[in-house]
Design a protein around this ligand. Structure first.
Ligand code: NAD
Ligand code: GLY
Length: 346
């Protein structure tokens, strides 16, 4: 097992290893205390892991409760958010009880936002069960729900008390979902870790603990410097400005990871074309996308994506912060006029 300590407005450990769900009850008790523990999960993850977590919680002296949502992005909704808050209120959870997010990024984001706002904040723990959630969404305290007008439009920065990633849970992921998370893994390599890019060319199945830990260490460093996303943390949006546009244009049928992979390729290709970044960055990115069966292009035109990007929440007035590769395993934040963006990508 590896432990990475995150330093933010709340400090907490991220534990990564095999068999950790077995120990979840005791570890949650040590990190968060409380009498009731509400496990929030989705209908794919529930039959696989909910009982294991709840029996551990009961053995650790908790009264476990369960709230299940349908799987998929559509569940990160205001309706589910209100339904979860009402479930917590009906079951009289107090500020000393705990929410347990068991699942991928959808469950984690929704649970985190409920935890941030119910009674103005109650403890919560992340038990990520996808690669994406393990390396990105469970760490760093960004929580959110979607509105019909756009993704992640309502949320809060709210750090968990503990993140416990049992790598055994990744074995039940559908192949596509497993690969999807590698877009965010590759992202950390592109941002500042050429060694990680080379490591990812090797077989990954037996190296998951190491790979996830490297990514969480990268994220820990960024969050320690810029928890509230005012500067360096924006680097984590590599591929996301274009990726979010692709997700939106697809009506959210395109997964987050696949959209981010295509976004990284489109931006890196533009950076190479503009002479900002060596071609070997694009070459290794493409090799990795091929390996993990991630898309390198999009069916949408730059004009279509531009329309959506102009509504992106990361826009500041008429300027946008685009993350642009500027070396092999290195990127920079480029502030550009929104009108320049189309030319940059075209
Ligand atoms: P997800 O939560 O929808 O999970 C993907 C699918 O895998 C779902 O069908 C789920 O039921 C299933 N699943 C999860 N774990 C499983 C397991 N162990 N075995 C079998 N099936 C399993 O998607 P995701 O990719 O984990 O997360 C995407 C979400 O994360 C998006 O909403 C995105 O906006 C958000 N996100 C948030 C942050 C952040 O910093 N908060 C960062 C990146 C992404
Ligand atoms: N996933 C981007 C961030 O945490 O800032």
């Amino acid at each position: 097992m590896r432990t990475i300590n995150v330093t933010a407005s709340r400090n907490y450990p991220v534990m990564i290893g095999a068999g950790l769900l077995q120990e979840a009850g005791e570890r949650i008790r040590a990190a968060a205390g409380g009498a009731k523990a509400c496990v929030v999960t989705d209908d794919h993850v529930e039959p696989l892991y909910a009982e294991r977590v709840e029996s551990g919680l009961a053995a650790a002296g908790y009264e476990p409760l369960r709230f299940v949502i349908a799987h998929g992005e559509a569940s990160k909704s205001p309706e589910n958010y209100i339904a979860l808050l009402r479930f917590l209120a009906e079951n009289r959870l107090t500020r000393t009880d705990v929410l347990v997010a068991l699942g991928g990024g959808v469950v984690g984001d929704l649970t985190g936002f409920a935890a941030a706002s119910y009674l103005r904040g109650i403890p919560f723990v992340q038990l990520p069960t996808t690669v994406l959630a393990a390396v990105d969404s469970s760490v760093g305290g960004k929580t959110a729900i979607d509105l019909p007008e756009g993704k992640n439009l309502v949320g809060a920065f709210y750090q968990p008390h503990l993140v416990l990633c049992d790598i055994d849970t990744l074995a039940t992921l559908p192949k596509e979902t497993f690969e999807d998370g590698f877009a965010e893994v590759i992202k950390y390599g592109m941002l500042g870790d050429p060694e990680l890019l080379r490591l990812l060319l090797l077989p990954v199945e037996d190296r998951m603990e190491e790979i996830l830990a490297i990514c969480v260490e990268r994220k820990r460093d960024v969050v320690a410097e810029d928890e509230f996303d005012r500067g360096k943390r924006q680097l984590l949006n590599l591929g996301h400005t274009v990726g979010h546009a692709i997700e939106a244009l697809s009506g959210y049928r395109q997964s987050h990871g696949r959209a981010v992979a295509a976004g990284m390729c489109i931006v890196t290709e533009a950076a190479v074309r503009h002479g900002l970044c060596p071609k070997e960055s694009l070459d290794i990115l493409r090799r990795l996308c091929e390996k993990f069966e991630l898309p390198q292009t999009s069916e949408y035109t730059v004009e279509q994506m531009y329309e959506v990007m102009t509504a992106d929440k990361k826009r500041a007035g008429n300027r946008i912060h685009l993350i642009v590769p500027n070396g092999f395993g290195s990127c920079e934040i480029r502030s550009m006029e929104i009108t320049e963006l189309k030319d940059f990508l075209a």
